[in-house]
Design a protein around this ligand. Structure first.
Ligand SMILES: [Zn+2]
Length: 206
């Protein structure tokens, strides 16, 4: 009897060690003044559609007009050991790009000033930034743009194009993302049915 108990304890310890060694997260950093509600909405969007829980990290310093590449690299320079990459959210002005993602350097940086183009309301703003965040997540695990038009990874030209695009990965990209994310050590959190109902999806018609 004693032997069995010891074996069980050994298994539990080994299991915890394996999880601790492999589990990685994506960090979420803000830069400058960013609406806290918007940041929370973007994190929720990513959790709902990519099953990735972003972990808040220290804000990133940025000077006015500073190149997004430089700010992104600064954020990546502060990555912790268990962080696969970092998503940076900031309002960098409408004369800066909408976003930049450099997977080898492990950062994606989004310019919310561009997502806000057209003085949109919070729902639309959160969806646009959430869509671009899904694109960053996919790029960070090594995916490419998708040729399927009904996919959030499809190419687009203007910010407003996002409003007509899918808010989610197409099924093959969803599968690929889940596989690559797990291979990269990310822990995916399946969405509870109650959360899905509140995610803005149309309910099934019976
Ligand atoms: Zn796709």
């Amino acid at each position: 009897m004693k032997k069995v108990i010891l074996m069980l304890v050994g298994l539990v310890v080994a299991g915890q060690m394996a999880t601790g060694a492999e589990a990685r997260v994506v960090a979420l950093a803000t830069s400058g003044d960013v609406d806290g509600e918007l940041v929370a909405r973007v994190a929720e969007y990513v959790r709902t559609h990519a099953q990735v829980t972003l972990r808040p990290t220290d804000p990133v310093a940025a000077e006015a007009g500073e190149d997004l590449n430089v700010i992104g690299r600064r954020a990546a320079g502060a990555l912790k050991e268990d962080e696969l990459g970092v998503l940076v959210l900031g309002q960098f002005g409408e004369d800066q790009p909408q976003g930049i993602c450099l997977p080898p350097e492990r950062f994606g940086i989004l310019n919310l000033s561009r997502h806000a183009a057209g003085e949109v309301e919070m729902d639309r703003l959160a969806r646009r930034a959430g869509q671009d965040s899904l694109r960053v997540m996919a790029l960070l695990v090594g995916m490419s743009p998708c040729p399927f038009p009904l996919c959030v990874l499809a190419g687009f030209e203007k910010t407003e194009d996002l409003d007509r695009m899918s808010g989610n990965y197409c099924p093959p990209c969803q599968d690929r993302f889940a596989r690559l994310a797990r291979e990269a050590g990310l822990e995916l959190t399946p969405t509870a049915p109650a959360d899905e109902a509140g995610a803005g999806e149309l309910p099934a018609v019976e």
